[in-house]
Design a protein around this ligand. Structure first.
Ligand code: WQD
Length: 340
């Protein structure tokens, strides 16, 4: 009998790729929850087409606690929750902090209450490397002290982790696992799903692929940083590798029950913005015009992961290279253009 797993934000970028990993496995029955506030219903059809599997979906706003509880009360035993649903634009969060604090924290607390009331065994939280801020030492480990959050988005992740610490202490019957993503990029190998920005994207990879497709303009946000070529360093990791880590986390038994277990999900390699631009040109042969602009508020200079703990305790390994990330992102962009 497959174990039921609720996936909030199931039609989002990482959520949709995780739905595929779960559906293609033998152990879990994923149930999607998404109100499409930052994604498209069409994504569910594509997940079904890619996997050949059907699944149930609740079109629900997880900030509405009563709707959530009424919908789930007849679900019977649920093994786990993977909680992706949150707004995630660093820039937008600086313009509309209230939208981020209300949505991201309210949604999290409602899902933690569901976990408690329905006695769900695993709670996996989509956290972010942005909680580290401008770390003093690199690479960052899970023990690296968290610095000041450079945006309300990052703050909702660090506050979210603190809220989960309280629930773990008070209700230790569940396992709480915090997955700190570095920079998830790329797209599913089928080019049927990928990053589907509704508004103009702010992340580097979709801006690069849209610029190469002639529908955006790449501005490098500052080249005067104290790095090897003056541009910021990030740890890019393929979205399908991130998705795979969630399946492994469902199997993980937290050792110290009253504490959440934290894992860095990064490749362990940092690339500068200019190195990514050169790699795109090199791997696709596609012209990529760009200009150098001013620094962007909220950007940290450099961050990349020590992923030893995830490799050793989760058995997680990055299967995809920077070339795979670029090629799959570009294939997805070309497929998107065919459909518009
Ligand atoms: C990467 C680098 C930019 C766009 C954020 C979140 C993180 C995760 C990924 C959710 C930076 C530069 C970008 C552009 C540029 N979100 N850049 N021109 O800010 O590192 O991380 O998104 O999981 O939690 O914090 O990602 O891709 O926006 O930026 O020069 O048009 O690319 O300045 O140095 P970021 P990013």
């Amino acid at each position: 009998m497959k174990k039921k797993v609720l996936v909030t934000g199931s039609t989002g970028f990482i959520g949709s790729h995780t739905m595929i990993e779960l559906l293609e496995g033998d152990d879990y029955e994923p149930i999607g929850i998404d109100n499409f506030s930052n994604s498209f219903p069409e994504v569910n059809e594509r997940i079904k087409r890619i996997t050949g599997k059907n699944f149930r979906h609740y079109n629900l706003d997880i900030c509405r606690a009563d709707d959530l509880e009424n919908a789930l009360k007849n679900e019977g035993e649920i093994f786990g929750i993977i909680h992706f649903a949150a707004f995630k634009s660093v820039g937008e969060s600086c313009e509309k902090p209230d939208k981020y604090y209300i949505n991201n924290l309210n949604g999290l607390v409602n899902m933690l209450e569901i976990c408690k009331k329905l006695k769900i065994q695993k709670f996996i939280f989509s956290s972010s490397c942005s909680v580290y801020g401008n770390a003093d030492h690199l690479p960052v480990t899970e023990q690296t002290p968290l610095k000041f959050a450079e945006s309300p988005y990052a703050h909702t992740k660090s506050v979210g982790e603190e809220i989960i610490r309280q629930y773990a202490r008070l209700f230790p019957q569940s396992d709480y696992i915090l997955l700190r993503y570095f920079n998830p990029v790329g797209a599913h190998i089928s080019a049927e799903i990928g990053e589907f920005p509704i508004q103009k994207p702010s992340n580097l990879f979709p801006v690069i692929t849209q610029t190469a497709a002639g529908i955006n303009e790449l501005i490098v946000h500052g080249n005067d940083y104290p790095t090897r070529d003056g541009t910021c360093i990030r740890d890019y990791v393929h979205v399908s590798d991130i998705a795979n880590a969630h399946v492994l986390a469902l199997k993980y038994e937290v050792t110290e029950k009253k504490m959440p277990e934290i894992f860095n999900l990064g490749s362990g390699t940092g690339y500068t913005v200019m190195e990514v631009i050169k790699a795109f040109l090199n791997y696709t042969g596609q012209p990529l015009p760009y200009t150098i602009g001013p620094r962007r508020n909220g950007d940290v200079i450099a961050i990349y992961a020590d992923n030893t703990k995830a490799r050793k305790l989760l058995g997680w390994n990055c299967r995809y290279t920077l070339k795979d990330m670029i090629i799959t992102a570009w294939n997805w962009q070309k497929n998107l253009l065919k459909k518009t």
